[in-house]
Design a protein around this ligand. Sequence first.
Ligand code: PSU
Ligand code: MN
Length: 335
Amino acid sequence: RYRLPRHALRIPYTPPTSCRHRTYSNTSRLNKPIQISEAVREALVSKTPIVALETAIYTHGFPYPDNVGLAVKVEAAIRESGAVPATIGILDGIARVGFSQPELERLASTAGQNTTIKVSRRDLPFVVGMRHITAYNGGTTIAGTMLLAHMAGIKVFATGGLGGVHRGYPNPMDVSADLMELGRTNVANTFEVLETQGVFVGTFGKAGAKVMLPAFYNRESNIISPNILESPRDAAGLTTIPDASHTMGLTSGQLFCNPIPEEFEIPAKDINKAISEAVEKARNKGVFGKDQTPYILNEIKEITKGASLPANIALVLSNARMGAQVARELVFTSP
Ligand code: PSU
Ligand code: MN
């Protein structure tokens, strides 16, 4: 198979016609590695509230075709809440900030293909650098998405599940890059699952009440939330800190936790049993690293006979709406 010499990546070069169809993607080598959609650009320029969204949840966290439906619904929820969605992911080897609906449907429908990669911080240079050779598609994880959102100047990001410290740590020593990214990139987030350090963490709830950090499929974990946010405005007030903290040299993110809507909660004893079984099965099968969460999510779906999906959808939509409200407050309160 023809391979492009490494140095050729740096100079304009058109391959001979004879090998073009076999070895080159239809993506021009002169295409910019990062592209921001017209809608997101306009929103940035006009200071319209924007919410960034990840795509690994579609390519690696949800089965097809539910993932396509979810992708479309999440964007709609953000628009209905008065903000502009900026879905972030890799399409044909290009890091995209903002997708059209057909593009979004196309990316989600490539879930499961071996040229569709789960893209965290470490994978970005690979998928983007290889774009002249192989047109990879990719769902960006929270870490990958935060990095690109920050680059584009987007301050609020909504999602479902944050990567964490896998059970059994330090054996295996598997800690998601999501947690490291929150430590160094100042983008605000609404999430569910949570193990973190060095980052502001607050949970939406009533001041004075005992507010627990939410678990994923149910509203309460057994950890008390270090802070309470009474409203999206509280969260926005905190998010303006990045501007101040920038001058102080602080570049960390903030994590705003939003418990799953009550009516979609799965009782802790049921879901914890499913999670333990799924984790156990992953371990026995030797599934590790980036494959672990997708495998476990799929097992939980099987064990709960599909009941985990509506819960997951509900919490993501609820977070999207909350993210939009925070982004709106941020626009109103920012200088
Ligand atoms: N948890 C979920 N659903 C998901 C993910 C986590 O309930 O889709 C995805 C997110 O994209 C998250 C990523 O950023 O998994 C974390 O993967 P890793 O542990 O490989 O960093
Ligand atoms: Mn992980």
